[in-house]
Write a protein that binds this ligand. Structure first.
Ligand code: FES
Length: 150
């Protein structure tokens, strides 16, 4: 077991009802939930690994792959959708050669979609490492990825 997990486990009592806060703490520290982390959590709580896996996969908040150094969140909310979010996603996927939900092999980029990033009047928009890029067009995506991200 890695040292960071041991440090996290010390903050918990090892009770089954701590499963979700424990998963949240591990993800906050590691950025995602690895198979080995979920195995160690199961041992710590003395519950089957399948239960840890079942709970973790039920909730959209948990990730099972690491984020890229440049993490892109694409808004799929109504305002963004109406103003062309699907085309924006297609453009990003083409540029990065990864699909939504994936992380590039070099861990440079990852793409995730979210229900709304809270900037609806600036639709369509994305965030890259929490910085909002608004009023996007396919041309702006091309410029963004060619000039600033590569
Ligand atoms: S709908 Fe896209 S930011 Fe709200």
């Amino acid at each position: 077991m890695c040292e960071c997990l041991e440090t996290i486990f010390k903050k918990f009592k090892g009770k089954e009802e701590e499963l979700i806060p424990l998963l949240q703490s591990v993800q906050e520290e590691a950025g995602f939930l690895s198979e080995s982390a979920m195995r160690d959590i199961a041992k710590f709580l003395r519950i089957p690994q399948s239960k840890v896996h079942g709970v973790a996969t039920f909730y959209a908040q948990f990730r099972f792959k690491p984020k890229g150094r440049k993490h892109i969140m694409l808004c799929r909310g109504t305002a963004c959708h109406v103003k062309g979010a699907p085309r924006i996603l297609e453009e990003i996927e083409n540029h990065l050669e990864i699909k939504e939900g994936e992380t590039s092999a070099d861990l440079e980029h990852s793409i995730e979609s979210v229900a709304c990033i809270g900037a609806c009047s600036l639709a369509p928009c994305i965030t890259v490492n929490n910085k909002v890029h608004a009023d996007l067009t396919p041309q702006k995506i091309e410029a963004l990825f060619n000039k600033r991200m590569n």
